[in-house]
Design a protein. Structure first.
Length: 453
């Protein structure tokens, strides 16, 4: 794809500078900053980024300069995202909605945002090689102050996760290799979210109609978990169906893993129970963002009729309109396009599983198949139909399975990644749920004792 590698290479230049730190950049890192400025020279960011690169190369960058560098990096990944999304739309034949301008969010808790921005700029000056426990640990107080505010919880969780990864890698001087792009992603996104009005999701309307789940994408981190349900929404007013998402995120102890994670997520999103039971949901005035994210509130939803994900994909997915992507979410790693694939051939070479359909070969991303459900790489290898997410990773498109249709004992069955979301009788799932219950009860007891003291 023309220009893709050049854009990513220019973004990598800033990542190399962040590894070494921007307090006293060496000549090679100063050249990297200049390369970043040249990459956005034809954009509205040109003047600000050129000034920021000059100041950073001299070791005199202020917070506004670091924000400009983060914006340039984000813009490059955004351009790559747009090109890859256009290619994915060609593959799926999907129509995409237009970007709708939304009024800026409330400008609240400016002091906390400023504190977070200062910490992130201190990280940039020290570089990943210069991190230590004192610098990384100073984020804890900021995160604790942010978490009670729902508008800041998104940023707080991001900062907490970044700080946890950095703490596990301290001291930076002892590291031989750095996850430069990942930490660069987290740093740049967090820094832009510290700009007032950016951290909270922006509601642009409401949704009334039928929600047909396609599958759930489960994300786990040592300190947090998120379930993101992809679905087709059929508006009650008869307008064309569209793709939407509903997400829930929760903090978690690192001892709760696998199927035990559902126990933490389930109380906060009734949609998970409907997904596990294979049912649709009827929505009434559910808040909705311009990017297709439902701001879930159980008061606006009730369980509907039985609905199978594969049947939904066969009947409604091809006609569903995809939402536009929010500016700060435009990143190749965020590409997740629901697709239905049938009539494919599968080839397995060791741990590598590939799927060929209509003359195109996709690698199956088996690492993204969660352990918290009955769907396994073996089931995917034996399948004849698959609902999944088309993603971009390591320089190529990959398929993340959400549900497959396969044959078990001469019977056609559907296996879903979120089948245990509402609970399970599977022995492994039951054991994981019990272990999670025990771990959470112990933590609650210890917390209670601390509070009583």
């Amino acid at each position: 794809m023309d220009g893709l590698e050049e854009a990513l290479t220019a973004a990598d230049a800033l990542d190399r500078a962040l590894v070494a730190g921007l307090l006293r950049p060496q000549p090679a890192r100063a050249a990297d900053l200049t390369a970043l400025a040249h990459a956005v020279a034809g954009s509205p960011l040109a003047a600000r980024v050129a000034e920021a690169a000059e100041k950073a190369a001299a070791g005199t960058a202020a917070e506004d300069h670091f924000v400009a560098l983060a914006a340039a990096r984000t813009a490059l990944f955004g351009a790559a995202h747009d090109a890859l999304t256009a290619r994915a739309d060609e593959f799926t034949g999907r129509t995409r909605g237009e970007t709708t301008p939304v009024a800026p969010g409330d400008r609240q808790a400016v002091n906390l945002l400023a504190a977070a921005r200062t910490w992130l700029c201190d990280l940039a000056r020290a570089g990943w090689q210069g991190i230590d426990h004192e610098l990384v640990g100073s984020a804890a107080q900021i995160v604790s102050a942010m978490l009670p505010d729902p508008a800041l919880r998104r940023l707080a969780t991001l900062l907490d996760g970044l700080a946890a990864e950095l703490a596990a890698s301290c001291p930076g001087a002892a590291l031989e290799r750095f996850p430069a792009r990942r930490w660069g992603d987290l740093w740049a996104r967090a820094l832009l979210l510290t700009q007032p009005g950016n951290a909270a999701p922006r509601v642009c309307g409401t949704a009334t109609g039928r929600l047909l789940p396609l599958g759930v994408d489960l994300h786990e981190h040592a300190t947090a978990a998120q379930a993101q349900v992809h679905a087709v929404f059929e508006p009650a007013d008869g307008t064309p169906p569209r793709l939407v998402r509903a997400s829930v995120s929760v903090p978690k102890p690192d001892t709760v893993v696998a199927a035990g994670v559902w126990q933490l997520l389930r109380p906060h999103l009734s949609l998970l129970a409907a997904l596990g039971e294979g049912r649709s949901m009827d929505l009434t005035d559910m808040p909705l963002t311009a990017e297709g994210d439902l701001i879930w509130d159980d008061e606006h939803a009730r369980a509907g009729d039985p609905a199978d994900a594969l049947a939904t994909a066969r009947v409604a997915l091809s006609a569903a309109t995809a939402p536009a992507t929010a500016p700060l979410d435009r990143h190749p790693a965020g590409l997740a396009e629901p697709v239905l694939l049938e009539g494919y051939t599968i080839r397995q070479d060791g741990d590598l599983l590939t799927l060929t359909v209509a003359g195109r070969t996709l690698t199956v991303d088996t690492d993204r198949v969660p352990a918290a459900g009955p769907l396994t790489p073996e089931a995917v290898a034996a399948s004849g139909a698959c609902v999944g997410l088309l993603r971009w990773d390591d320089g190529k498109f990959r398929l993340q399975p959400l549900a497959v249709e396969t044959t078990v004992r001469r019977k056609t069955v559907a296996l879903h990644a979120g089948a245990w979301a509402a609970g399970t009788t599977d022995k492994a799932g039951v054991r994981a749920e019990k272990a999670a219950t025990d771990a959470v009860n112990v933590l609650r007891e210890r917390a209670g004792r601390l509070l009583r003291k």
